[in-house]
Design a binder for this molecule. Structure first.
Ligand code: GUN
Ligand code: FE
Length: 419
């Protein structure tokens, strides 16, 4: 049996807002599954070698629950427009380049390596409309040890002249892609881009496929006011944006909806009642001038909230940066709410980027026994200290700031994939 014993200061988020810390502890996994956290190595593991990281911090790795792989080459550029103009001017032309399989291979190899190096071991990711490039993306992620879901994007309207499928193509390529997907750790997810990019006929067919093949779904919801107005115009039959998904069977407890910045009380109730997941992408929402999602209110109302980088609307792949972006956005929101809503704490935002997504992957929060081992090891030795810091203080600083090379190791599904 393959046993892994990782020694360090073990930090996890078993509950929202709560950290579990075992100083100088041992995180033990067998066959890739966590057995437990121990203060001493139990006798039964005594003869196995220890991966000793000394005083370093051993934490849960991240789940990035919303990002666009074909926007990776434009990361850090084109931040001067709101959503719909940004899509037409920069995004669609960039994504169109992924009809070139060689370009896709090179770009996605690099993306997969960077995700591993930054400690993101689980993803729910949008590809482009291209079936072949999507398979290449899945293969590169699988080879890099990343796990989760990828979707070939569906869009049969409003994509401009170079980046749009016919309805028939979109459906037949999706079915073909689903037949060709055969990866151990990267699974397919249906991905209608958003209502403005998908005709009713396409949505209907995707709803049928989702049901027939029991597939999860990802899309965008109520991100930006211009988008809301467009949806209203396209769907006079629906009172609210969410109904344009619900109508076609794309609204259930395995549906991820990015943003929900402008979802009002009634839309949020529909999200909660269906068990739909909201993916909060604070950096993207600021960059594309979309707004500040009422994240505390969503949490208080019992919605499932997870975090996404939403690159390249978001400007950082690192989930550390997206955690701090979410905290800052919640502070802006507090100001907007007349100081009536609380901002997110570091522990809470860390939970949203790790444990909150665990049930989506069939697991429990924290380093629970039975969970697959997904962990990162971070050192902070070279940072200045005015006095000895507690592990909790070091955790906070590590979320906000790390030296180059601080990531010592990354584990995914029990395997060391970086370091
Ligand atoms: N809505 C539809 N497509 C996109 C996209 O690529 N990025 C963001 N942020 N929102 C979208
Ligand atoms: Fe997005």
């Amino acid at each position: 049996m393959e046993i892994r014993i990782i020694k360090g200061n073990i930090i996890s988020a078993p509950e929202f807002g709560k950290l579990d810390i075992t100083e100088n502890g041992y995180l033990i996994a067998a066959e890739g599954k966590i057995r437990g956290i121990y203060q001493k190595v139990p006798q039964e593991y005594a003869e196995h070698p220890i991966e000793d990281y000394g005083d370093a911090l051993v934490m849960q790795s991240f789940a990035d629950m919303h990002l666009h792989a074909p926007q990776y080459p434009m990361l850090g550029m084109g931040m001067d427009m709101p959503l719909l103009d940004w899509l037409n001017t920069y995004t669609f032309p960039t994504e169109a380049c992924f009809k070139d399989n060689e370009f896709a291979r090179k770009t996605y190899h690099r993306l997969a390596q960077e995700l591993a190096a930054k400690g993101t071991t689980r993803v729910c990711m949008f590809s482009s409309i291209h079936r072949e490039a999507t398979l290449i993306l899945m293969e590169e992620l699988e080879n890099a040890g990343i796990t989760g879901y990828v979707g070939k994007v569906n869009m049969d309207r409003n994509g401009g002249k170079d980046y749009q499928e016919t309805t028939e193509e979109s459906i037949s390529e999706t079915i073909k892609w689903l037949d060709e997907c055969n990866f151990e750790h990267i699974k397919p997810m249906l991905t209608p881009r958003f209502t403005p990019a998908c005709t009713d006929e396409l949505m209907q067919e995707l709803g049928r496929i989702a049901k027939e093949k029991n597939l999860p779904i990802q899309s965008h919801l109520s991100e930006n006011t211009g988008e809301l107005a467009l949806v209203k115009q396209l769907h006079p039959d629906c009172d609210q944006y969410w109904e344009t998904y619900e109508k076609y069977g794309l609204w259930n407890d395995r549906t991820l909806m990015a943003h929900c910045v402008w979802s009002d009380e009634s839309e949020r109730k529909a999200i909660r009642d269906a068990g739909v997941w909201t993916v909060h992408c604070a950096a993207s929402n600021e960059n594309l001038v979309s707004g500040y999602a009422p994240v505390r209110r969503m949490l208080d109302e019992g919605l499932n909230v997870v975090l996404g980088s939403d690159i390249a609307g978001g400007d950082h792949l690192s989930m550390f940066k997206n955690i701090t972006a979410a905290i800052r956005a919640s502070k802006a929101r507090r100001i907007m709410d007349d100081w009536k809503t609380d901002f997110l704490t570091v522990e809470e935002a860390f939970y949203l980027s790790t444990s909150a997504a665990a049930p989506f992957f069939g697991e429990k929060p924290g380093f629970a026994p039975g969970n697959s081992l997904h962990a990162i090891v971070v050192e902070d030795e070279s940072l200045p200290m005015v006095r000895p810091l507690s592990v909790e203080e070091r955790f906070e600083r590590c979320v906000y700031r790390r030296e180059h090379g601080a990531m010592l190791a990354v584990y995914s599904e029990g395997k060391k994939i970086y370091g």
